[in-house]
Design a protein around this ligand. Structure first.
Ligand code: SF4
Ligand code: SF4
Ligand code: SF4
Length: 179
């Protein structure tokens, strides 16, 4: 079974927001909500400062608190690539998962269920890249099976420096940022 993840090169990301627009269009994300967003962070200390621009989304954590806290089983780890998903028909909109996610990756859809990035599994099942990956003009995002040593995501993690967001939270994110 695959274990999908995403590797994003912060040296290539220009913050154009094409990924955000593509996601909203592909996934019918309601106006005013988002499954992905751009964060700008200044790293280092003066005078050695560097600005990191990141395209952020659900990290599809290996240890997801949003799943363990869900009282109905609506939030779950999918058999397809261990993607963290929400079964809308089982969700009661209690927001426990929204509170449990340290990344702010979830919102409650106006229709009453929790929503977030799905890694575009409907596209991946058809052999396509996620929408955000496919439109990026700088090709800064790579999607693939982290458990496949021959996959580009694995090669990049072996050969480049990277970090994850809030590793101290113990969630074991599967979105990696190359530095
Ligand atoms: Fe859950 Fe948040 Fe991790 Fe996504 S980023 S799997 S919503 S804890
Ligand atoms: Fe589970 Fe839905 Fe409550 Fe989230 S909002 S914890 S998915 S029932
Ligand atoms: Fe949106 Fe799909 Fe990218 Fe997730 S993988 S941020 S759902 S476009």
């Amino acid at each position: 079974m695959a274990r999908f993840g995403m590797v994003i090169d912060t040296r290539k990301c220009v913050g154009c927001m094409d990924c955000v627009v593509a996601c909203q269009t592909e996934n019918d994300v309601p106006v005013g909500y988002a499954r992905d967003w751009i964060t700008t962070e200044v790293r280092g200390e003066f005078p050695n400062l560097a600005m990191e621009i990141r395209s952020e989304r659900c990290n599809h954590c290996d240890n997801p608190p949003c799943v363990t806290c869900c009282p109905t089983g609506a939030s779950h780890v999918s058999d397809f690539g261990r993607i963290v998903k929400v079964n809308a028909s089982r969700c009661i909109g209690c927001k426990a998962c929204v509170a449990a996610c340290p990344y702010g990756a979830r919102y409650v859809h106006p229709k009453g269920y929790a929503d977030k990035c799905t890694f575009c599994d409907h596209r991946v099942k058809e052999g396509k890249d996620p929408a955000c990956v496919s439109v990026c003009p700088t090709h800064c995002m790579v999607f693939g099976d982290l458990d496949d040593p021959a996959a580009e995501v694995s090669r990049l993690l072996r050969t480049r420096k990277w970090h994850t967001l809030l590793p101290e939270a113990g969630t074991k994110p599967r979105v990696f940022y190359l530095t």
